[in-house]
Design a protein around this ligand. Structure first.
Ligand code: PAF
Length: 301
């Protein structure tokens, strides 16, 4: 029987290049990954889906999966169905060689670098209904985005059949959508949410940070400064007052334009009117920084 752990030498065929890894097996087809995972059935499989351009945030997910699981699988796939803006898809950073090196160093066993045809041999026409969870914030400002996320994540779950899947809390609403999808489809996978990783100046790590101009990169830490200050204002202001305050404070930096800020019930994602409306309240923000859209969030209660 094939061992499913820690290989010695592998060559991968990524869409743009061919390169070698020592301890990780990188494959570009679903069939090849399924064959490798066939030997891992009784094991606890941890899965970290990504769109590449990896950073410390992604690596924290791999590290957690490595600690908790027998086998760690990652995927690197820029999923076209979750982009509602063609330019955003075209410009999304792609760094597959560096990604492979980082994943191997973090202890990944298998990584899938699939083509679009491999994930979508036929167009995915499924329309999910998540009620109000995906109608607000990112869902309201990026139409179709979460349907695309649900399409790709459900496909990847069907391929990998993970025991646990790891997601970063920077995409707070995405985690709620994925949990709703898992429940709706009756999947067995456990969704593990992991804390936001920040640069030393407070900016939440994101692949999109690479695309910021130097001036916007210098402005961006102001978002977290304001979110942190907002935490201290919860006793003094209503959620609506806090929303107006955060918006005005962030926009004191003229390079930052608030797309939305909302104090939401951390389970339903719906805006609250009073702090007592929800057990846990999260402050979620999206900001336009030049051409780049940044999101972040903080626990308010
Ligand atoms: O969070 C992301 O990077 C993506 O939305 C995900 C979950 C990998 C699906 O493409």
């Amino acid at each position: 029987m094939k061992s499913c752990h820690r290989f010695n030498y592998f060559i991968i065929f990524a869409p743009t290049s061919v390169y070698t890894q020592k301890n990780m097996k990188a494959v570009s087809t679903v069939k090849a990954l399924r064959e490798e995972l066939a030997a891992c059935q009784a094991k606890k499989i941890g899965f970290v889906p990504t769109m590449g351009a990896l950073h410390e945030g992604h690596i924290s997910l791999v590290t957690r999966a490595r600690k908790e699981c027998d086998v760690v699988v990652a995927s690197v796939f820029v999923n076209p169905t979750q982009f509602n803006d063609k330019n955003d898809l075209k410009n999304y950073p792609r760094t597959p060689e560096a990604d492979a090196e980082m994943l191997e160093a973090a202890g990944v066993d298998f990584v899938l670098f699939p083509s679009v045809e491999e994930i979508y041999p036929e167009p995915d026409t499924r329309q999910f209904d998540f009620g109000q969870i995906d109608k607000v914030m990112e869902g309201a400002t990026r139409p179709g985005h979460f349907n695309g996320v649900a399409q790709v994540v459900s496909r990847l779950f069907a391929i990998v059949e993970p025991t646990c899947a790891y997601f970063g809390e920077k995409d707070f609403q995405q985690i709620a959508v994925i949990r709703a999808m898992v429940k709706q489809l009756g999947l067995k996978v456990e969704i593990i949410d992991c804390p936001i990783v920040r640069d030393t100046d407070g900016l939440a790590r994101s692949s999109r940070n690479l695309l910021l101009t130097p001036a916007h990169r210098a402005a961006a830490p102001h978002i977290y400064e304001v979110l942190s200050a907002a935490q201290a204002k919860v006793g003094e202001m209503s959620p609506a007052e806090l929303t107006a305050w955060v918006t005005a404070e962030v926009e004191k930096n003229e390079l930052l334009k608030v797309i939305y800020f909302a104090a939401v019930d951390a389970l339903s994602m719906q805006t609250i009117e009073k702090w007592s409306d929800a057990e846990r309240v999260q402050g979620c923000i999206a900001v336009q920084a030049g051409e780049i859209r940044l999101i972040d969030n903080i626990k308010l209660k």
